[in-house]
Design a binder for this molecule. Structure first.
Ligand code: FAD
Ligand code: SF4
Length: 447
C-alpha cells in the first residue's frame, strides 16, 4: 500500500492511504501462519478472532470475514484505520520479530470497506428482555455498549449532545485519517441493531439525572472532551486555541470552507502547536492543510512522542517541523498572538510514566514568531453531567471511578471509555464498554 504523495495530500483532506485492493489483501492474508495459540487476539482489546477472519480473506470469502469481525467489533472500518495496531494486535504478531507483522488493521479496514460497498448485514439479536437502558454519549464507547446491549435483547436509548453521533471520531480525528462518511456508515450499522438515538440531547440539561435514573440501567460514555491548558501568560490572546476547538471547527463545522459554512477559524501564517500526542499531530496536520507553516513543540525527546509512529512520519512528510526538548512558557502579543516564547528542556530521572521527566534549562529561552498557538496537552472529563450525579465517586483527575466491570459507586450506573480511563484510545474505549455492557446484562437478568 502506497500513501498518496505528501506534496499532493497537504493541499486536501482526502485519505492518506488508499487501502488494499482485493488481490493485495489476499496476498497479505496468505502470509498468516494461523498460529494455534494466536497472540494477536490477546493484543486486541475486543478479542476479534483474527486468524479466522484472515483465513477467510486468504480464500476470498470476504463476506464470511466481515461476519467474524462484526461478532466482536461493530466499528471495523474505524478501528482498521485508527487503532495503534503496532502496540496491539500487530505488536503481538509472531512475525513481527522475524519479518513484518501481518497488517491486521489494514486487512480489517479492507473487509469493512468491501462490505460497505457490497451490502452490509447486522449481527443477530437475542429475544427481547423487556429492559430499557440509557446510554449517554455516542463516541466509540457509547456506540459499542449500545450495540452490545441491543444484541443481548435490551431496548437502548442513546443520548448525544451534538447534532451528529460519533464523538471524537466525528469532531476530533480529521477527515484525511478517518473519512466522516465511514463513521456515519458504521453509526448506521449500530442504529440498525434497533438502537434509538436522541441527538441534540445534553444529559444533565435536556434530560435530567432523575429522568435518566428511571431507566433500568444507565451507561455513561461522555468521554474526555474538556481541554487542559498550560496556564502560561498570554493564553487569553486572540489566536490561541485548544486543539479540541480548532479540530472541531474544521472537522465538524467545516470552518475551512467558511463562508460557505457559518463557522470561521483563523488560518495562521505561522502556527505553533504544543504537545506530542495524536491530538497535537492532528492539529498540526490540519493547520498545514489550511496553508500554515507549522512548528510542533514537544517537551521530551523524539523517541518519547506519544503519537503513533505513522502520524509522526506523516506529519514530518507533510512539512510539520517538530521541535523536541522545548516547551512554551509565554504567548506574546497585545491583543493577538505575535509569538511564542519557549524554553529548552533537559531530561532527568524518570517520572511516574517511566519516561524521563523534563526540566527547563536556565537562560535557554527563545522566541518563535507566530500568529496562532494551539494547545494539545491533554483533556479531562466534562464535569457537566457527572458532577450532578449524587454519590458518583471520582478518581484523581476527575474521571468516574469504576471497578473492573465498569460499575460506578452509584447502583445501576456504569461508565466506560475516556470518562472512566482518562484520554486513551478508540479500542480501549470499546473494550471497556463491551465489558460494562455485559455486566449490565448480567445485572438486569438477575433482577
Ligand atoms: P468520545 O469519543 O469523546 O465520545 C463522547 C461523546 O459523549 C461525545 O459525542 C460527546 O458529545 C458526548 N457527550 C458528552 N457529554 C454529554 C452529555 N452530557 N450528554 C450527551 N452527550 C454527551 N484514539 C485512537 O485509538 N487512535 C487515534 O488515532 C486517535 N486519535 C485521536 C485524535 C484526536 C484529535 C482525539 C481528541 C482523540 C484521539 N484518539 C485516538 C482517542 C480516542 O478518540 C478516544 O479515546 C475515544 O474517542 C474515546 O471514546 P469515548 O466514547 O469514551 O468518548
Ligand atoms: Fe487490531 Fe484494533 Fe482490529 Fe483489534 S480492533 S484487531 S486491535 S486493529
Amino acid at each position: 500500500m502506497e500513501d498518496r504523495p505528501a506534496g499532493q495530500r497537504v493541499h486536501d483532506f482526502f485519505e492518506v492511504s488508499p487501502g488494499f485492493s482485493p488481490d493485495e489483501a489476499m496476498l497479505e492474508a496468505e502470509r498468516c501462519l494461523q498460529c494455534k495459540k494466536p497472540k494477536c487476539v490477546n493484543g486486541c482489546p475486543v478479542c476479534i478472532d483474527i486468524p479466522a477472519f484472515i483465513a477467510e480473506i486468504a480464500l476470498g470469502n470476504f463476506r464470511n470475514a466481515a461476519v467474524i469481525i462484526k461478532a466482536d467489533n461493530m466499528l471495523p472500518a474505524v478501528c482498521g484505520r485508527v487503532c495503534p495496531q503496532e502496540t496491539q494486535c500487530e505488536g503481538e504478531c509472531i512475525l513481527s520479530g522475524k519479518e513484518k507483522p501481518i497488517l491486521i488493521g489494514s486487512l480489517e479496514r479492507f473487509i469493512a470497506d468491501w462490505e460497505r460497498a457490497h451490502g452490509t448485514s447486522v449481527p443477530e439479536k437475542q429475544a427481547s428482555t423487556g429492559h430499557h437502558v440509557a446510554v449517554v454519549g455516542s463516541g466509540p464507547a457509547g456506540l459499542t455498549a449500545a450495540a452490545e446491549l441491543s444484541r443481548l435483547g435490551h431496548k437502548v436509548t442513546l443520548f448525544e449532545s451534538l447534532h451528529e453521533a460519533g464523538g471524537v471520531l466525528m469532531y476530533g480525528i480529521p477527515e484525511f485519517r478517518l473519512p466522516k462518511e465511514i463513521v456515519r456508515a458504521e453509526v448506521e450499522q449500530v442504529l440498525a441493531m434497533g438502537v434509538e438515538i436522541r441527538l441534540n440531547h445534553l444529559a444533565g440539561r435536556s434530560i435530567t439525572v432523575p429522568e435518566l435514573q428511571k431507566f433500568d440501567a444507565v451507561f455513561l460514555a461522555t468521554g474526555a472532551g474538556l481541554p487542559s491548558f498550560m496556564g502560561i501568560p498570554g493564553e487569553q490572546l486572540n489566536g490561541v486555541y485548544s486543539a479540541n476547538e480548532f479540530l472541531t471547527r474544521v472537522n465538524f463545522m467545516h470552518a475551512d470552507q467558511f463562508p460557505v459554512f457559518d463557522t470561521p477559524v483563523k488560518k495562521g501564517s505561522r502556527v505553533v502547536v504544543a504537545g506530542g500526542g495524536n491530538v497535537a499531530m492532528d492539529a498540526a496536520r490540519v493547520a498545514r492543510r489550511l496553508g500554515s507553516k507549522v512548528t510542533l513543540v514537544y517537551r521530551r525527546r523524539e523517541e518519547d512522542l506519544p503519537a503513533r509512529i505513522d502520524e509522526v512520519t506523516h506529519a514530518k512528510e507533510e512539512g510539520v517541523e517538530i521541535l523536541t526538548c522545548a516547551s512554551p512558557i509565554r504567548v506574546i502579543g497585545e491583543s493577538c498572538v505575535t509569538g511564542v516564547e519557549c524554553v529548552q528542556m533537559e531530561m532527568c530521572t524518570p517520572d511516574e510514566t517511566g519516561r524521563p521527566a523534563a526540566r527547563p534549562v536556565d537562560g535557554s529561552s527563545f522566541i518563535i514568531d507566530a500568529d496562532m498557538f494551539i494547545e494539545a496537552i491533554g483533556q479531562g472529563p466534562n464535569p457537566l453531567l457527572i458532577s450532578e450525579i449524587k454519590g458518583l465517586a471520582r478518581a484523581k483527575k476527575g474521571n468516574v471511578k469504576v471497578d473492573g466491570e465498569g460499575k460506578t459507586s452509584v447502583p445501576r450506573i456504569f461508565a466506560a471509555g475516556d470518562v472512566a480511563t482518562g484520554a486513551a484510545t478508540v479500542i480501549w474505549a470499546m473494550g471497556s464498554a463491551k465489558t460494562a455492557a455485559r455486566a449490565i446484562d448480567r445485572m438486569l437478568r438477575e433482577d
